[in-house]
Design a protein around this ligand. Structure first.
Ligand SMILES: *Cc1c(COP(=O)(O)O)cnc(C)c1O
Length: 361
């Protein structure tokens, strides 16, 4: 068996030990005589899986008791509507920062439901950094303030959070959840599509402060009502059972093999530094994101010559470094180096980059 180093932005790599465990339990989960894929979501055995997954997420992320955890479907993209439908219900106003494509989509979607203010954007520099904010421009009675914490396409990240006072901060953390500790108490709501750093696609995790959940907007579909999902403990309908099970295995891996999110962060920072240090000293490859806004999960870079970029991507693929082509809106390359990417994968990539630079520089 030969596995590649997969630099895909999502779905992305899963830890090998998690995949092996899932494989070993595929035909007969803990003596139940069935696969987790086949069992009733109302069964006792499955109930333990979803409860364990929630308890582990609470433990690993240190989620305070006054927050609800929901396992939903529809991707982070559904949250672009679900957030305003449920939270934009008092003043009907919300503030948005557009730091990339996904936050742009969130802003656009929310405009269907209320009065959204664009506080800042870094579109003028092709989202190569997190925009500067002027707190004077914030809406004092906004129902929430929305950011995308890690900009998957551009390789930037909020390394300091905006100070929004009493206005709840809402963040899309799809591509940085579980990459390092975050202080959940600083947020009103967090959401993430699981396919970057948690599980296979199909699961969306929402963490919401319980006092923010009330009557949603008139006309909100039942499936888009946080309150319904809270009351039903994420079982209003069939949840994405297998993805939740995989999420549980990933959380066990972080807790038991990695040793928690502090250690996860150390490993991730070291991995990112190996790549950024090389890029900062390279004469051929240039990093795209400004230093102060750099992401430790997605690293974007170019040679400045699209033909050379193509050649590099092709040679990478041949050597087992796959999905390293950048998003079309940035071009060049993007190495997504989520939790499951081993340090060795980055060391070997950098080794190859140096070789490529020597031959093509
Ligand atoms: C991938 C991604 C999304 C889109 O997620 P879906 O689950 O495909 O809807 C949204 N936001 C961020 C930050 C992402 O990385």
């Amino acid at each position: 068996m030969s596995r590649v180093y997969n630099f895909s932005a999502g779905p992305s790599m899963l830890p090998e030990s998690v995949l092996s465990k899932a494989a070993s339990e595929m035909l007969d989960y803990e003596g139940s005589g069935q696969s987790v894929m086949e069992m009733s979501h109302r069964s006792k055995v499955y109930d333990k899986i979803i409860k364990d997954a929630e308890a582990l997420l609470r433990e690993v992320m240190q989620i305070p008791d006054n927050y609800k955890v929901l396992f939903l479907q529809g991707g982070a993209s559904s949250q672009f509507a679900m957030v305003p439908m449920n939270l934009m219900t008092k003043s009907g106003k919300a503030d948005y920062v557009v730091s990339g494509q996904f936050s742009g989509k969130a802003y656009k979607e929310a405009q269907r439901y209320g009065d959204c203010k664009l506080i800042a954007t870094s579109k003028d520099v092709n989202f190569s950094r997190i925009p500067d904010l002027d707190p004077e421009t914030f809406t004092p009675d906004a129902d929430y303030f929305h950011i995308c914490m890690n900009n998957t396409i551009y390789g930037t990240c909020w390394n300091t959070l905006p100070e929004t006072g009493n206005v709840p901060l809402v963040a899309d953390i799809s591509s940085c959840i579980l990459s390092k500790p975050i202080d959940v108490s600083k947020f009103g709501l967090l959401y993430a599509g699981a396919q970057k750093n948690m599980a296979p696609a199909g699961l969306t995790v929402v963490i919401v402060r319980e006092d923010l959940v009330g009557e949603p907007m008139k006309g909100t579909p039942t499936m888009f009502n946080y309150g319904e999902h809270i009351n039903a403990e994420s079982m209003y309908n069939t949840p994405p059972c297998y993805s939740i099970y995989m999420c549980k295995l990933v959380l066990e891996w972080i807790k038991n093999e990695i040793g928690g999110l502090e250690n996860m962060e150390k490993i991730n920072v070291n991995k990112a530094n190996i790549l950024y240090d090389y890029l900062d000293n390279s004469k051929l490859f240039k990093p795209c994101a400004e230093k102060a806004s750099r992401s430790i999960m997605n690293v974007t870079f170019v040679t400045g010559n699209p033909e050379l970029d193509d050649k590099f991507v092709k040679e990478c693929t041949k050597r087992g470094f796959v999905n390293i082509k950048g998003h079309r809106s940035v071009g060049g390359m993007r190495a997504s180096i989520y939790n499951a990417m081993p340090t060795e994968g980055i060391e070997k990539l950098v080794e190859f980059m140096a070789e490529f630079e020597k031959e093509n520089g």
